[in-house]
Design a protein around this ligand. Structure first.
Ligand code: CMC
Length: 433
């Protein structure tokens, strides 16, 4: 059986044989399908990229029907149990798990770059007193490009390596400073003796003048959450990273663009909406009433459903397990009981079963972050910190892929054609709208 697709154009009666490779046809192969010699040729139309592969990738695999997520072939469950975020970042970027010596070198490289230039701190001081930490994060990451202009040498492997260290090391510092600034607390400088998540917890929560020792359970839970959020193939923010990076923009500015995409409530902001929903429901006895409203189409069950997963999001399962360990330290978040009961009822209900709506990563993550002391405004920032590993890995893959060009989609033009300019005095009769 030939790996081809035969297309018959009923406008002309002509047939075309198009190769199929790796389960796809090339959109450019449609161009030969024309009704006349001066016809542009057939294109595919795909708003929202529902069925368009924009790249070939070897980084992250998702099977949404089976609920499978793998980084470089390693199941997310094994990485969450056995790996650390920094090791996972290495795996995503380099493609293989590091040796012990390599991991040590890698960790050192990140540790050495955690400090930010004092002028970046001054730059952050210029934000409005109640600025949203994600807005500060996006602006400050973009500003890094002016402090490290050599980052523009994107085809120099050594520069890319240093940039990776710089980004991974500095984003927790920027994130924590953004939070401290927004609540009027003095900044806590990095302590490079601590682990990556431990250092972040310290920069977030240490009181001035007091010794801060991160709780090892919370430190590990945060590391697991970072592993789960490190990459998720070609989603909205990663696509933004690839599109902006395809213009050979420096990586700091490209990351700011990716983080801007993540700022949107449809992407990185859903866990905040879950908390709002659980607070609104208020108690377990109100759940059936809320489910009725969901089924009537009045509200959505936030944290449920996913464009790709039509099964239990594997990240949600791991987060749910992590919650138990966290709550032993922090005390139980009362919203968890409402969430558990909501999930139980929804998974038995025909409406959700038929539509394959299961809990996604955001259903439980907000409850844990809240219990750990993070305010809701920090939730998208907590997503952006680990996703930098995925963004940079995807960016480098795009850069080194000889098939990639500057991103430049086509359009179907439906507007006016060939009109002549009308002088303004002749347009005065038109109504003012
Ligand atoms: N509550 C109630 N009904 C839902 C929900 C929901 N959360 N999600 C989907 N549906 C229904 C939808 O109304 C539709 O029903 P019908 O066929 O009767 O019209 C059907 O399920 C299919 O939904 P869809 O809108 O075609 O699905 P989509 O793939 O376009 O949307 C989604 C995916 C994540 C935007 C959507 O499920 C949703 O809005 N969920 C709530 C928000 C949320 O939790 N977002 C976090 C996503 S995970 C984070 C990330 O990876 O970035």
């Amino acid at each position: 059986m030939a790996d081809t697709l035969t297309i018959t154009d009923n406008r002309t009666g002509k047939s075309y044989e198009i190769p199929i490779a790796d389960g796809v046809i090339r959109a450019m192969d449609l161009r030969q399908i024309k009704v006349s010699q001066d016809d542009f040729g057939l294109m595919s139309y795909d708003p929202g990229f529902l069925n368009t592969a924009a790249c070939k990738s070897r980084i992250t695999f998702i099977d949404g029907d089976a609920g499978i997520l793998e980084y470089r072939g390693y199941p997310i469950e094994e990485l969450a149990e056995k790996s650390s975020y920094l090791e996972t970042a290495y795996l995503l970027y380099r493609g293989e798990l590091p040796s012990r010596a390599m991991l040590q070198k890698w960790t050192e490289g990140v540790r050495l770059h955690t400090i930010i230039h004092e002028n970046i701190k001054k730059f952050m001081d210029g934000f409005h007193h109640d600025a949203h930490p994600m807005g500060i994060f996006v602006g400050t990451v973009a500003a890094l490009s002016t402090f490290y202009p050599e980052g523009k040498n994107i085809f120099d492997p050594e520069t890319r390596r240093i940039t990776f260290y710089r980004v991974i090391a500095k984003v927790p510092t920027i994130a924590a400073f953004a939070y401290r600034y927004s609540i009027g607390m003095p900044y806590a400088y990095p302590d490079n003796e601590l682990s990556y998540p431990g250092n972040f917890l310290r920069m977030m929560f240490a009181n001035p003048g007091e010794h801060y020792k991160p709780n090892p359970v919370l430190e590990r839970a945060l590391d697991v959450l970072f592993i789960l959020h490190a990459d998720h193939e070609q989603n909205c923010s990663t696509s933004a990273m690839r599109v902006v990076g395809s213009a050979h923009t420096d990586p700091f500015t490209s990351i700011a663009a990716a983080a801007s995409a993540l700022y949107g409530p449809l992407h990185g902001g859903a866990n905040e909406a879950v908390l709002k929903m659980l607070r609104e429901i208020g108690s377990k006895d109100k759940i059936p009433e809320y489910i009725k409203r969901v089924k009537a189409g009045e509200v959505k069950l936030m944290g449920f459903g996913h464009r790709v997963y039509k099964n239990y999001d594997p990240r949600a399962r791991i987060i749910k397990q992590t919650a138990d360990a966290v709550f032993e330290v922090t005390g139980r978040n009362p919203l968890l009981d409402i969430a558990l009961e909501l999930e139980r009822i929804a998974l038995e209900d025909d409406y959700f079963v038929k539509r394959k709506l299961y809990p996604n990563v955001d259903f439980y993550s907000g409850i844990i972050y809240q219990a750990m002391g993070f305010p809701t405004e920090m939730f998208p920032v907590l997503f952006a910190i680990p996703r930098c590993a995925g963004w940079l890995s995807q960016w480098e893959e795009m850069l080194l892929d000889p098939e990639q060009k500057i991103a430049r989609p086509r359009q179907v033009y439906l507007g006016e054609r060939q009109r002549h300019y009308v002088p303004i005095e002749e347009r005065d009769a038109a109504p003012v709208r």
